[in-house]
Design a protein around this ligand. Structure first.
Ligand SMILES: [Fe+2]
Length: 192
């Protein structure tokens, strides 16, 4: 892991940014990928955090996601994750990169020694297995995530027990939209 300072450029950030970039096993961090994600942060998040609770899809007790984009061309999705409980979320493997930008609160990965705080930008390279942990002192955390590929959930023995990809996310969001009467366009508008 290394940290780099934020340098001013064409992208305007609402506050200072701490970069938490995990070094890939081979080669360097994909700067092009990060640049693309930075643009998506600006375009998809800075309109504000939705206050209407119907726009948050329940993932587990006190954990929700607010979908922003479903990428059915390359396989992946962008969403806000909101957690209002402390402790560890399910451990999982990423075969493709993940970027995250912390909007509120803080969290860490059990496998690393840094803490992502408000304004942190995190890059996790392909091939990473981790478990997200929210500390006892955090009332609520909200983080923008760009997940490429899928999440493969594992049990304590490292055996695959479940997975999530853009299609399971779409189905879950469709069910949620149907239940709350959000209309067919709620999901459609986010599919690319
Ligand atoms: Fe993850």
């Amino acid at each position: 892991m290394f940290r780099v300072g934020f340098s001013s450029g064409p992208v305007r950030w609402p506050r200072s940014v701490t970069w938490l970039l995990q070094t890939p096993r081979k080669g360097s961090v994909s700067k092009r990928f990060i640049a693309l994600s930075v643009h998506q942060v600006v375009e998809s998040v800075l309109d504000g955090i939705p206050e209407d609770e119907r726009l948050w899809v329940s993932r587990a007790l006190n954990i929700w996601f607010h979908p922003l984009m479903f990428d059915t061309v390359n396989g992946g999705w962008i969403n806000l994750l909101k957690v209002k409980r402390s402790g560890m979320l399910n451990r999982h493997f990423h075969p493709a990169p993940v970027c995250a930008y912390v909007i509120k609160g803080s969290w860490r990965y059990l496998e690393h020694d840094w803490i992502a705080t408000e304004g942190s930008f995190v890059y996790a390279p392909p091939g990473e297995t981790h478990a997200l942990v929210v500390g006892n002192n955090v009332e609520e955390m909200i983080t923008w995530f760009h997940v490429c590929g899928c999440r493969i959930y594992m049990d304590d023995q490292g055996k695959q027990v479940d997975y999530e990809d853009v299609h399971t996310k779409i189905r879950k969001t469709e069910d949620h939209a149907r239940y709350h009467g959000l209309g067919p366009d709620f999901v459609k508008q986010m599919i690319r």
